[in-house]
Design a protein around this ligand. Structure first.
Ligand code: ADP
Length: 351
């Protein structure tokens, strides 16, 4: 995507460094600060407490086996911006462990993974973002590392090649993916816990907005908090981004306080409608309606007519549009719903 989409769930390329610094400062560190996702939090709390207990009692009675008890590997899945990376940080923090962060595309060769793994210490948490994008050869090395903390590597080439097995420290992998479907079965099976992140409720998003405004030292009135929450696509990353853009607007066009009229004007300027859809979403829906009407259309065709990447549509536009019932997935492609058509007709004035 060339231009920055306000409702984009990715961190924009230009200004990336600045954006990442701010995003980091807004990241909750503990379970108490992490809003929502109660079911996942409760399950994880129990698992973490159990590990801590095992370690403590092993230390008390000199039991070597449990001394290095580790948390099972965890797979977090769900649309971007819902808090997977944040949760990995919270888990490491609650465990009192170091967090190492990498991503599927960043590990190019099996050797890269080997060097990451051999540099880990007992109890470390290794977060692998976009784990579905790991290369096959790398994935295979990861299997045995996750399974029994051993690293199988081949030394040398051709007939002289031999394979050696190295011991690794006990560590926990937290994998994050937007699609479990794209994850190879054997890799998925290595995870002891799978958690799906849900879209947040509006009151939860309101809490996140209030918390963010507080960290940014910005005054926001409850009516404005509510308004922004309704347009955040129930996604914390978008909620945080809206707060920051509206704050800029309030600084320039008002006295810095975010009230409902200021928030409304700023959102109108950004062309974000009452459901949080932006011009790119509406364009996608409009093209579906005009060209296909009641017929399903394939993802690649959609990518061709909108000029977006198929993965962008699949990862960023589609999950929320599916969630609010604006499109349906059928075996023959995506179908626009009556509800979406209605929304487009009611919002004729906005592009
Ligand atoms: P993902 O890894 O799923 O793409 P992130 O963990 O990077 O999402 O979350 C994006 C931003 O949203 C974070 O910087 C954080 O500030 C905020 N955030 C995510 N989840 C929560 C939450 N449960 N409570 C408060 N803020 C959150």
């Amino acid at each position: 995507m060339g231009i920055e989409r306000i409702v984009s769930t990715t961190v924009p390329e230009d200004n990336k460094e600045q954006e990442e610094i701010i995003e980091k400062s807004l990241r909750p560190l503990s379970f108490d600060e992490y809003i929502g996702q109660e079911r996942m939090k409760n399950n994880l709390k129990i698992a973490i407490d159990a590990v801590k207990k095992r370690r403590a009692s092993a230390a008390a009675d000199g039991d070597d086996a449990d001394k290095n008890a580790t948390l099972d590997h965890i797979l977090l899945y769900g649309p971007p911006g819902l808090g997977k990376t944040t949760m990995a940080g919270v888990i490491a923090h609650e465990l009192g462990a170091n967090l190492k962060i990498t991503s599927g595309p960043a590990i190019e060769r099996a050797g890269d993974l080997a060097s990451i793994l051999t540099n880990l210490q007992d109890g470390d948490v290794l977060f692998i973002d976009e784990i579905h994008r790991l290369r096959r050869a790398v994935e295979e090395v990861l299997y045995s590392a996750m399974e029994d903390f051993k690293l199988d590597i081949t030394i040398g080439k051709g007939p002289a090649a031999r394979s050696v097995r190295l011991d690794l420290p006990n560590f926990t992998v937290i994998g994050a993916t937007t699609r479990t479907g794209s994850l190879a079965g054997p890799l998925r099976d290595r995870f002891g816990m799978l958690h799906r992140l849900e879209y947040y409720t509006e009151p939860e998003i309101e809490q996140i907005i209030a918390r963010t405004a507080n960290i940014l030292n910005t005054k926001i009135e409850p009516a404005a908090t509510h308004l922004l929450a309704t347009r955040s696509r129930r996604t914390p990353r978008i909620a945080n981004r809206l707060v920051r853009r509206v704050r800029d607007y309030a600084d320039v066009n008002g006295d810095g306080i975010i009230d409902a009229p200021i928030a409304t004007r700023a959102l109108d300027l950004m062309e974000i409608d009452d459901l949080g859809l932006d011009p790119a979403d509406r364009n996608l829906l409009r093209l579906m309606e005009e060209n296909y009407g009641d017929r399903p259309v394939g993802l690649n065709t959609l990518a061709a007519i909108t000029g977006d990447e198929a993965t962008t549509i699949e990862d960023y536009n589609e999950p929320y549009l599916l969630q609010i019932g604006f499109i349906e997935r059928t075996p023959r492609g995506r179908l626009i719903t009556e509800k979406a058509k209605q929304h487009l007709h009611n919002n004729k004035t906005v592009v």
